[in-house]
Design a protein around this ligand. Structure first.
Ligand SMILES: Cc1ncc(COP(=O)(O)O)c(C=O)c1O
Length: 479
């Protein structure tokens, strides 16, 4: 496995007009997110196209346009492959809300035409709110994953949601989830989730996998027959999810193959079935050397369906994916100031930021995950290898993560130096928590929501973070 590239890997300055990826680029020594000069946010407020005021660090950036670009990109890829190979099914882009359930994110994914996937009872409340606002329209499917045993809030809330929205599709994780739907009095189209998680390329491996998700083979056939016999249920979807951030096209397909075969067999017996849902797993660029050919993967997937369905004499299904990381990873950035540099006889100098790496990006600390890190200014000056330290007094609050072989270069000049962590918009905020009390009682940063108007101009909304009193009250101090 090649090591992650997370930034500029040279002691030389970065050339003007250099592009790190398709949106992070350098102009006059400053990093831009598309056309947005990020350093101006702290240094001068940025003139006409800018904010008009300088803000304090740390700051979370929410860049909504990129969510729309990524949804449109995947819809384009599927449309192209469907046309190229003459595939007889449609594609349904669905956003997996667990990656980031913030209001501005859900509003944007729905506005971009995505269907909606959820996993808990509060998710149902979010969907209901979006229906009331007219953003979750009657044509959208709402896919209810996650455990929903009889009597649970989630099961009851899903049934209540069905009153307001026809296209609610519960995905059965366990046989015990069927009776509440049977007794609900509503008609439901349902999905069945196959136990499939992990690198299983045969049915025998799939059955032996140590996973709490989904139905084993026997339960799956039984559930399909129960649903077919129920007067108010119809089997619409087969759900077969194999993992997360699967970065090799052929491997991803090889994990899906048993599910493709099973879909065709199930479709022979149950003609109401029309959607194959591969769940999550579509990878997103979290580092600068990410390579995944979406077009190639989709071609492999749809061709495999064409061949398998022809063999079984069944129609090709519509394809659904539940895109979490792919949708939201790149819209989030977290900006910090270097508040101190310290040699301390260490192999590389320490650059200390005014926030916590651990609690802002739990995947980095807990799983050794890498994210892109770049300076916002001084990019036209020499660089050196450094290590980043958070402001907490925890020895794990460092970056690159412990054990990593990836070097991190930042400018030697540290006067008013600001840096950004990029591609942190999926899961990091949800895992780290929003507005809770955090490690070393650091307050939540301000958040800047960035969007573009129809004529391309930037518009900004600033959400204040926590004041010290908020953190204290949250911990039970009556201040
Ligand atoms: C059922 C389900 N669907 C979709 C996703 C989203 O996966 P990803 O972020 O890899 O797109 C997950 C993630 O855990 C999931 O459990």
């Amino acid at each position: 496995m090649t090591r992650a590239i997370i930034g500029w890997e040279s002691e030389d300055p970065v050339p003007n007009r250099y592009y790190f990826n398709d949106y992070l680029n350098v102009r006059n020594g400053r990093l831009h997110f598309e056309d947005l000069d990020l350093a101006q946010i702290f240094l001068d407020g940025g003139g006409e196209e800018g904010l008009g005021q300088a803000l304090r660090s740390p700051l979370e950036i929410v860049y909504l346009p990129i969510i729309r670009y990524r949804i449109a990109q995947m819809q384009r890829v599927f449309a192209e492959v469907i046309a190229e190979i003459g595939y007889n099914g449609r594609f349904h882009y669905t956003y997996a809300s667990k990656a980031n359930a913030a209001e501005e994110v859900i509003r944007t994914t729905l506005g971009a035409g995505a269907h909606h996937e959820m996993s808990s009872t509060i998710d149902v409340d979010i969907a209901r709110h979006m229906i009331q606002l007219g953003l979750l329209t009657p044509d959208r499917m709402v896919i209810c994953n996650g455990f929903k045993p009889a009597g649970s809030h989630y099961a009851q809330n899903i049934i209540r949601l069905r009153r307001d929205h026809e296209q609610v599709i519960p995905v059965i994780e366990d046989l015990s989830e069927i009776p509440p739907l049977l007794q609900s009095g509503y008609h439901f189209s349902v999905g069945l989730r196959q136990k499939s998680y992990g690198p299983n390329t045969t049915e025998a491996e799939m059955e032996a996998a140590n996973s709490r998700f989904g139905l084993d083979l026997q339960a799956m056939w039984k559930a399909a027959d129960y649903v077919a016999a129920a007067p108010n249920l119809s089997l619409k979807m087969y759900h077969y999810m194999v993992g997360s951030q699967l970065v090799d096209e052929a491997t991803f397909l090889s994990y899906l193959r048993p599910g493709i075969e099973l879909y065709a067999r199930l479709r022979q017996r149950h003609p109401t079935l029309s959607i194959f849902n591969f769940g999550g797993g579509m990878p997103a660029p979290m580092t600068l050397n990410f390579e995944f050919d979406y077009h190639h993967f989709v071609r492999l997937l749809l061709t495999a369906f064409q061949q398998t369905c022809a063999r079984y004499g069944v129609p090709e299904p519509d394809i659904m994916g539940e895109f979490g990381r792919y949708t939201t990873s790149e819209h989030g950035a977290h900006l910090f100031k270097i508040v101190l540099t310290k040699d301390n006889h260490s192999a590389k100098p320490w650059y200390i930021i005014d926030g916590s790496i651990m609690s802002s990006f739990p995947d980095s600390w807990a799983l050794g995950e890498h994210f892109i890190v770049l300076p916002l200014n001084h990019l036209d000056k020499p660089f050196q290898q450094v290590q980043l330290g958070g402001i907490t007094c925890d020895s794990d609050d460092v970056y690159p993560p412990k054990g990593s072989e990836t070097p991190l270069y930042l400018p030697v000049e540290t006067d008013d130096l600001y840096i950004g962590f990029f591609s942190i918009g999926a899961y990091q905020e949800m895992l780290g928590g929003v507005r809770g009390s955090k490690h070393c009682v650091l307050p939540e940063a301000n958040e800047l929501i960035v969007d573009r108007t129809n004529n391309g101009r930037y518009q900004f909304q600033l959400l204040p973070g926590q004041a010290p009193g908020d953190v204290l009250r949250n911990l039970g101090y009556h201040v």
